[in-house]
Structures are given as structure tokens and as C-alpha cells.
Write a protein that binds this ligand. Structure first.
Ligand SMILES: Nc1nc2c(ncn2[C@@H]2O[C@H](COP(=O)(O)OP(=O)(O)OP(=O)(O)O)[C@@H](O)[C@H]2O)c(=O)[nH]1
Length: 346
């Protein structure tokens, strides 16, 4: 049965990836798992070649090497990794259906056995032939019981495989679209979503606004309090931004300490108002490091706001929001600047 073979192979790949990783002390994060799954599956020639050559050189895979392999060979293709796991789940489901149909064939066969038995018992006229028929029926029943048990255990096994593959798909989906630190959308998702949202708004004659937000003097903050505390501040800023937007809006990490928000179906003036609310909310927070209760003071953000012009490229729109952000920085930071308020003609 072809699909059974493919299914077994897919599950085999999934299972082989883990020992390979553990042998090399590679943490089993979804990213690392994606790299090693692709390596084992052998579909990604460039990745396979690079890993083989690294293995030959005796490279240490426990550190950053995996994330650079991921960025280089998988990130752009991570949806295809998701797709391939989805295909595997589909194969498992197909296989289940086949198992069901062959099991109902088995049940139909058992029905025939019973029918034959009842016909034969009518015509049996001595004890020996009745004994023979009953023995045969008992044997057939035992075989049927065994088939049912096999079926149950293979169903159970497949249910477990599906469950674990579903988990993998979810993790891969998350990694492909979410920023690991702040848990908002990542840049890749943002780029795709901006194109989708602009197309939708253009087609339906709806407004769209774009915000780019950047933490002020974040380098100084990192220098003074350390990178890890800086990371916590990034998470805090992401949480506050997220709280201000919902529905169709997309909050994304745009770069290091930069965030972006796509506001489909939102007028430019409304976008300015909400941007100002976010700015004020962040500026008024007195930050404390929960680990040692140390007061960190407050941080501020600068925000650029641009309005989608309907016939422009998304690069243009981003560029104009970025120009506004830099105008806000030039004019002293901790402020919102919209494209109407700067004199430069873009
Ligand atoms: N903690 C932490 N810092 C980051 C991360 N990504 C980028 N940064 C830091 O963000 C800082 C950005 O510095 P700059 O681009 O000079 O900007 P700035 O100091 O915020 O100054 P202005 O933007 O001009 O107000 C750098 O120190 C980066 O190291 C991150 O994930 N975590």
C-alpha cells in the first residue's frame, strides 16, 4: 500500500531527527527541529550539503550554528516545512480511512462466516459434523477478535502520531510568523500582511494607516541596565502596544527595537490619536525590574504615521512612515509625527 509506505517514511524522518539532535546536544526548539527534520528528509540539498560538511569538520552544533542554518535554509521556506508536515498529517488521515475500509471488509467477511455457519448447521446431521462446524466458528471468531485488537492498537498509534504532528505544525506555524522574544508578529508575517491589507483596502476603497514605533535611546538603556533587562523592556513595550490594537490590526516587531502596526480600515486621523495614546501610556510607566525590585525609570517611544495612498507600493508606504519616525527623532523624540505634519515632500 503506497500511502502506508510514505506515511511510515514520514514518521520515520520525524523520529530520526530527535536522536540526531540529542547526539549533538542541540536543544529541541521548533526551529532546530525544523532544521534537522529537513536534513533527515534530504529534500533541501543545500542544507544537507552544509550540515554534512559541518559534521565532517567536527562543528559544535550546540550553539548558534543551528539558528544560522535555520535563517539561511529554512526561514524563507518555513511555510513549505509546515506544508510538508501538513501533507504527512493528510497521509495519516488517508491511511486511517483505508484501515477503516479494510476493517469493514473484515467485518463483512465475518458476517459471511456466520451466514455459512447457520446454513451448514441446518444440514448437519451428526455430532461430529456439528462439533467440526462449532470448532471452525470458534477459530474464525478468535481470528476476528485478533483483527479487531490489531485495528484498535493501530488506530491508537495513529491517533498519537496525529496528535504529535499537529503539535509540530502549530509550533512551526508559530515560529514562521511570530517574534520569539515579544510574541508579536515577525517581520516576515508583517511584510505579507501589509501586502494583503493594502490590496484589500485598495480594492474596497477603504483607508489604511501604518505606524512605525521605535524606543528612544534604547542603546543607552541597554548600556546602563544590560541587554537582558532591555529584552524585558521590549516585551513590555510589545504588550502595551498589543493592548491598544485589536481586530484586524497587526502588531509586529519590525526590527531590533522597532515595532510596526498595520491599521486596515482606519482613517489617518484616528491612527494619529491612537498612536498618541500608546506614546503617553508608555512614557508614564515607571519601570521596575521584578527580579531585584530595582527602579529603572521610564522610557519613551517615537512614532511615525503614514496613510496608504491606494496606488503605491507597500515599500513606499513603509518608507513614508519611516521618514515620519525619523522626523520625530530629529525633533526631540517622545512624539508622534504624521506625514501631514512634516514639510518634506516624499
Ligand atoms: N535588549 C535588546 N536590545 C536590542 C535588541 N534589538 C536591538 N537592540 C538594541 O537597540 C539599540 C538600538 O540603538 P540605536 O539604533 O542606536 O538607537 P537608540 O539608541 O534607540 O537611539 P534612537 O533610536 O535614535 O533614539 C542597540 O543598542 C541594539 O543593541 C534586542 O532584541 N534586545
Amino acid at each position: 500500500m503506497k500511502s502506508q509506505g510514505e506515511l511510515t517514511q514520514a514518521i520515520h524522518y520525524l523520529k530520526l531527527a530527535l536522536p540526531e539532535m540529542s547526539k549533538r546536544n542541540i536543544p529541541t526548539t521548533p526551529q532546530n527541529y525544523a532544521v534537522w527534520y529537513e536534513y533527515i528528509a534530504g529534500n533541501n540539498g543545500a542544507l544537507r550539503k552544509e550540515i554534512d560538511s559541518l559534521i565532517k569538520k567536527g562543528a559544535d552544533f550546540s550553539g548558534k550554528i543551528n539558528s544560522s542554518l535555520y535563517q539561511k535554509h529554512i526561514e524563507g521556506n518555513s511555510l513549505s516545512a509546515v506544508d510538508s508536515i501538513r501533507t504527512e498529517v493528510r497521509k495519516i488521515i488517508n491511511d486511517l480511512l483505508q484501515q477503516f475500509s479494510s476493517s469493514s471488509d473484515g467485518l463483512a467477511g465475518y458476517g459471511e462466516v456466520l451466514e455459512r455457519f447457520s446454513e451448514n448447521i441446518e444440514s448437519a446431521d451428526d455430532v461430529d459434523s456439528i462439533r467440526f462446524l462449532v470448532t471452525e466458528l470458534v477459530n474464525q471468531t478468535k481470528e476476528q477478535e485478533q483483527r479487531t485488537r490489531d485495528m484498535q492498537s493501530s488506530l491508537q498509534k495513529m491517533a498519537e502520531e496525529i496528535q504529535s504532528l499537529k503539535g509540530e505544525v502549530e509550533k512551526l506555524n508559530m515560529t514562521a510568523t511570530t517574534d520569539g522574544l515579544t510574541k508579536v508578529a515577525n517581520r516576515r508575517f508583517f511584510d505579507d500582511e501589509l501586502i494583503n491589507a493594502c490590496t484589500h483596502c485598495h480594492r474596497n476603497h477603504l483607508p489604511l494607516s501604518l505606524l512605525i514605533l521605535d524606543i528612544d535611546h534604547f542603546k543607552n538603556f541597554n548600556d546602563e541596565h544590560g541587554h537582558l533587562t532591555g529584552d524585558k523592556v521590549l516585551k513590555f513595550v510589545a504588550t502595551i502596544i498589543k493592548k491598544h490594537f485589536k481586530g484586524k490590526d497587526t502588531v509586529a516587531r519590525f526590527g531590533g527595537e522597532e515595532f510596526a502596526v498595520i491599521l486596515p480600515e482606519t482613517e489617518y486621523d484616528d491612527a494619529l490619536i491612537i498612536a498618541e495614546k500608546v506614546r503617553q501610556r508608555i512614557a508614564k510607566q515607571n519601570l521596575t525590574d521584578s527580579q531585584d525590585n530595582k527602579t529603572l525609570g521610564s522610557i519613551t517611544i517615537s512614532i511615525g504615521v503614514a496613510r496608504f495612498r491606494g496606488t503605491e507600493s507597500t515599500d513606499n508606504l513603509v518608507h513614508r512612515a519611516d521618514e515620519c519616525l525619523y522626523a520625530a527623532k530629529r525633533q526631540g523624540r517622545n512624539q508622534v509625527i504624521g506625514e501631514k505634519s512634516i514639510s518634506t515632500v516624499f
